[in-house]
Write a protein that binds this ligand. Structure first.
Ligand SMILES: [Zn+2]
Length: 251
């Protein structure tokens, strides 16, 4: 067969059923409220607050310090430190939201049993259309059990990982293997407390393949890294999404 004939054979279109257009994924929304505080609204509308340190956070916009506006299905608290527990109890009392935290911490809030959800590393909880996985964090949480992070998995298979306060640790590779987070809410602030921007960037490079990296726990107080240090550490990484407190992103 001449080459030209072969080419014309190859050019015959293959008849196949039209492939269905990829289904657009309903977005989940992430609002940074300053420091480690986020409001996450799932594709199905489940509203979750994480580490709502608001009224005392100098970075939280005034409009977001109005606790009456929060009606979350649940409040997730990574550990017992004041810059994470923040306004948890006040919001829970006003809204009736459940509070999810390490068992030892959850039991210190003085909330009714119906609102107190104790958990621990490895635990899995369901709130609305969100599955919450409790993962380790390398930090402290005294008094109140151990520090944790949370992976929120949505029905479309995507997931978001709030690291809590942490240093880089090898088990991040297991968090990647098990939950492959698409969005990282990544502790980067350094100072005397946590991994600094460069170490946080190393953690992403070594362990994760997210589509978006949202830095947090920086800039709030003087010992923490400032925004320009965070940007420098992630220079050239187009996945970095530096948010302003009060800003909302859809993923
Ligand atoms: Zn902290």
């Amino acid at each position: 067969m001449r080459a030209s004939a072969l080419l014309s054979l190859l050019a015959v279109p293959v008849l196949t059923a039209a492939a269905p257009a990829p289904k657009a994924k309903a977005p989940f929304k992430v609002t940074w409220l300053g420091h480690a505080a986020f409001e996450v609204v799932s594709p199905g509308g489940t509203d979750l607050l994480i580490d709502p340190f608001l009224t005392q956070d100098p970075a939280t916009p005034a409009a977001d310090k109005d606790l009456a506006k929060y009606k979350p299905a649940a409040i997730l608290v990574t550990h017992s430190h004041g810059d994470h527990v923040g306004d948890t109890v006040a919001i829970a009392k006003a809204s009736g939201a459940k509070v999810i935290a390490a068992y030892e911490l959850a039991s210190t809030f003085g909330l009714p049993e119906s609102q107190t959800v104790g958990c621990n590393v490895g635990g899995r909880l369901q709130v609305g259309d969100v599955t919450i996985h409790v993962v380790p964090a390398m930090h402290g949480s005294t008094p109140g059990g151990r520090p944790v992070g949370f992976v929120l998995t949505f029905k479309d298979g995507r997931s978001l990982y709030h690291t809590g306060d942490t240093w880089i640790f090898g088990d991040m590779s297991l968090i990647q293997e098990l939950y492959h987070p698409d969005v990282l809410l990544l502790c980067v602030g350094g100072g005397p407390y946590t991994e600094d921007p460069a170490t946080a960037a190393l953690a992403v490079k070594k362990y994760f393949h997210p589509s978006a990296i949202v830095p947090m726990h920086y800039g709030t107080f003087p010992p923490l890294a400032k925004e320009d240090e965070v940007r420098r550490a992630f220079a050239g990484d187009k996945r970095l999404r530096v948010m302003k407190p009060g800003e909302t992103l859809s993923f």
